[in-house]
Design a protein around this ligand. Structure first.
Ligand code: BGC
Ligand code: ZN
Length: 335
């Protein structure tokens, strides 16, 4: 069967023929991959900035955002025809205390694997097998948007963390970045009753700005200082991290999702005297996947329609290594 891979010997992106997976253990479920979404992580993987293949393999099958349809199941938990979304991360072995508790997203050893990213093949291929415990069931009615469940789960974890850390009554949210994560974060914060400002580098006439305004966010070119109760940084740039910290109101909580460093100094005194909190977050808990499936049907149709652009299997070079696509989320239709 076909698979899109990063090849560590030839240092390129290439399609190769790999073996069809089969049910091996009690609990295994075989599914046909219907769609796989591309994100910044895939683009980093293709530039060899991040990630590695399974032990003994000189390539990695890409694809960690997937929607599948069950073909064969060794457990009553799933039946042929069921729609499923795989959870990306697998526990470290032997499992650490957090992995044992089912919170592999909080793994403390760093020896976890992630399908399509770190040490385990992904889903940019025709079929895959996973343990039933690594699959989330999706209602048929969500077929058109279900490929967003994985990125939405990352957002759900971050938003829940932010709200749980806030010590007052958060009303104003700020999101930095108008990619999929930023736009979904704004939408979830709106569902939680907050007013949403979204700041991004694209001009106010860009598609992304229009998507943001279309769903009721205020689109700004730079954040207001000291105003935001909840800030989600999803821009990935050092300057965004600085702006995010400066935007925090007293008691404000900032969750960093993308930026790897700040550009300037972190104003610790402002954090202290304002009881402000800055935290990082990665991946998603099983509960966050649950919240994603609950919130997905509530997201505005207009947002979903403008967010996703679908393309075929073959255009992977363009979508992963080409210039950044206009639509925030490119999805490859595989079956
Ligand atoms: C994925 C996460 C993953 C992270 C780091 C993201 O693109 O959505 O599930 O933990 O990359 O590998
Ligand atoms: Zn991703």
């Amino acid at each position: 069967m076909r698979a899109v891979t990063v090849d560590y010997t030839h240092r390129d992106l290439r399609e190769r023929d790999i073996c069809l997976p089969t049910l091996e253990r009690e609990g295994d479920v075989l599914f046909r991959v219907l769609e796989t979404g591309i994100c910044g992580t895939d683009r980093e993987l293709a530039r060899f900035q991040f990630g590695y293949g399974p032990q003994g393999s000189d390539f990695l099958v890409l694809g960690h955002e997937a929607l599948g349809e069950v073909v064969q199941s060794s457990t009553d938990a799933f039946h042929p025809g069921d729609l499923v979304v795989p959870i990306v991360r697998r526990a470290c072995q032997p499992p650490c205390s957090m992995c044992s508790l089912g919170r592999r997203d909080l793994c403390i050893t760093g020896r976890y694997t992630e399908r399509g990213i770190l040490g385990a093949h992904g889903y940019f291929t025709d079929f895959a097998v996973d343990d039933a415990r690594d699959l989330v069931r999706v209602d048929r009615s969500l077929r058109e948007r279900a490929v967003l469940i994985e990125p939405l789960s990352v957002v759900e974890k971050a938003v829940a963390l932010a709200l749980s850390l806030h010590q007052g009554e958060p009303k104003q949210a700020l999101v930095l970045g108008a990619g999929t994560i930023g736009l979904l974060a704004g939408a979830v914060l709106q569902l939680r009753g907050l007013a949403v400002d979204l700041v991004s580098a694209e001009p106010a006439t860009s598609l992304r700005a229009r998507i943001a305004e279309g769903v009721g966010f205020r689109y700004l070119s730079e954040p207001e200082r000291n105003k935001a109760d909840i800030v989600i940084e999803a821009a990935g740039a050092p300057a965004a991290a600085d702006a995010a910290i400066e935007a925090l109101a007293p008691l404000g909580v900032l969750i960093i999702l993308g930026a790897k460093e700040t550009a300037g100094k972190v104003p610790l005194l402002d954090l202290i005297v304002g009881n402000r909190i800055v935290a990082g977050s990665v991946n998603a808990s099983p509960a966050a996947f649950g919240h994603a499936t609950e919130d997905l049907p509530l997201l505005p149709e207009q947002l979903i329609r403008n967010l996703i652009e679908r393309t075929g299997f073959e255009s992977y070079r363009q979508t992963i290594s080409g210039p950044a696509p206009v639509a925030p989320k490119v999805v490859h239709v595989i079956a």
